[in-house]
Write a protein that binds this ligand. Structure first.
Ligand code: CTP
Length: 428
């Protein structure tokens, strides 16, 4: 599709002057602007920061785009004695000067993403702002903002933002095939800007469904990063359901038939529980068995914490009905004393999952008992060093838990001789 045919004839839409825009002007940025002016190259704010400023939000980071090539930028900064950092961005056309030894700016040369396999693009530099806007994913992410406040908007991103509409730039099929992660970015930005949970453009959903398999090419880490943001944003549940309806599930590590009824049941806790359920807890509801948790982890590459929690939730689906059942939970917490804090967090998440507010509060208030003996005290009293010390500790912890965690160091030490004897007996 010819970008010029669908672009707005005059990209200058309006002048921006807002507190969010003014907030980006540090002395360092002013110096940078003056420098580029002096060398006759244009620079503008690009992408996400423009969107955020228009939404009256302070942008997280301000990406800058320029007509200067990386080589030209390097010449300027070298001549001006300005240090450049993170030189590995250069292959994407990004140079990062550190201005006044105080602030870094990521400045990227305008480009066209030429050849792509859906993950990597061959970069060709350009001085045409329209062509750079045309390679971006969504209209709301394709705008530029000059430092004099001029908004340049080729693809009606400003109108889409006003209408709270998420649309791909030009041909959605092409945009998605350039980078399949954009499927998930579509849903993430939908959660960010839409006012209703289910006002998707049917044609966009159809094209996403058609390209679902492409997600299989995207790394689990990147998928999980986006999905987590979707789940913790607005309409996280509805959007995940929409993603499943678009046939994305098997390519994101979910079982072929995700447990949607359970997911919707848990969604109610998501809406009412404070503090909110963690994304991994919500996601666990979609699984049918602990094996599903193993498979999901293989695909999404969870952290140890996420992996254990996900597995724990799928193993403990039954509801805890009464307060009396809190005690077994406490025991569960203490099963592995060395990682007791972690266990408590897991059980707290499980109680949230089941919507058990009172139990949650009780467990939250329950002080984790501290094991009263340190290893060096045991050694001083005749316990062996090395791996056997671990065995001694484990035995003593069992005795401690059988006594409701209510023992002094002296009381526990009384059990040491029999524990040592037991170990030696076993050894024979
Ligand atoms: N798959 C992608 C990723 C990024 N972009 C473009 O690169 C910009 C910057 O990307 P990134 O920093 O990843 O996202 P932001 O839009 O800045 O969003 P956030 O603030 O959530 O990081 C986007 O606005 C968009 O124009 C794109 O076209 N396709």
């Amino acid at each position: 599709m010819d970008a010029r045919a669908i672009a707005r004839p005059d990209p200058v839409v309006k002048k921006i002057d807002s507190p969010e825009f003014r907030s980006i002007f540090t002395q360092e940025l002013k110096d940078l602007i003056a420098l580029f002016e002096r060398y006759n190259f244009e620079i503008r704010v690009a992408g996400g920061a423009v969107r955020d400023i228009l939404m009256n939000m302070n942008p997280k980071d301000v990406d800058i785009a320029t007509t200067a090539t990386p080589t030209e930028m390097k010449e300027i900064f070298t001549k001006e004695n300005i240090r450049m950092v993170n030189m590995n961005g250069e292959k994407h056309g990004t140079i990062t000067p550190r201005i006044n030894d105080r602030e870094n700016f990521e400045i990227t040369t305008l480009r066209i993403d030429a050849i792509t396999d859906g993950r990597h693009a061959e970069v060709i530099h350009t001085t045409d702002w329209l062509l750079d806007a045309n390679r971006r994913d969504l209209t709301i992410n394709s705008m530029f903002l000059g430092f004099d406040g001029t908004l340049y908007d080729y693809f009606y991103g400003y109108e889409d933002l006003q209408k709270r509409r998420v649309a791909f730039v030009g041909d959605p099929d092409m945009r998605i095939r350039e980078d399949y992660l954009r499927i998930l970015r579509y849903f993430r930005f939908y959660g960010r800007i839409a006012e209703e949970s289910n006002r998707h453009d049917e044609e966009t959903l159809r094209i996403i469904t058609k390209n679902a398999e492409g997600l299989a090419r995207i790394s689990g880490e990147r998928i999980w990063q986006e999905w987590k943001k979707i789940l913790s944003g607005n309409f996280g549940i509805e959007l995940t359901e929409a993603m499943i309806n678009c046939q994305l599930a098997p390519h994101m590590g979910l079982p072929d038939a995700p447990n949607v009824p359970e997911f919707l049941r848990v969604a109610k806790q998501v809406r009412s529980f404070d503090p909110k359920l963690q994304p991994i807890t919500v996601l666990s509801a979609l699984l049918n068995t602990p094996e599903d948790a193993v498979n999901l982890n293989m695909r999404l590459k969870f952290t140890v914490y996420e992996r254990e929690l996900c597995y724990f939730i799928t193993q403990n689906r039954e509801e805890t009905a009464t307060i009396d059942e809190l005690l077994p939970f406490q025991q569960l917490c203490l099963q592995t004393i060395s990682s007791v804090k972690l266990k408590k967090e897991y059980v707290l998440e499980l109680l949230k999952y089941h919507g058990k507010r009172e139990l949650y509060q009780q467990l939250l208030d329950w002080p984790i008992p501290q094991f009263p003996i340190k290893g060096n005290v045991l050694i001083a009293n005749g316990a062996p060093k090395g791996p056997k010390l671990g065995v001694v500790l484990d035995r003593l912890k069992i005795i401690w838990s059988n006594n409701q965690y209510n023992m002094t160091q002296e009381q526990l030490l009384e059990h040491l001789p029999s524990v040592l004897e037991e170990i030696n007996v076993k050894k024979k």
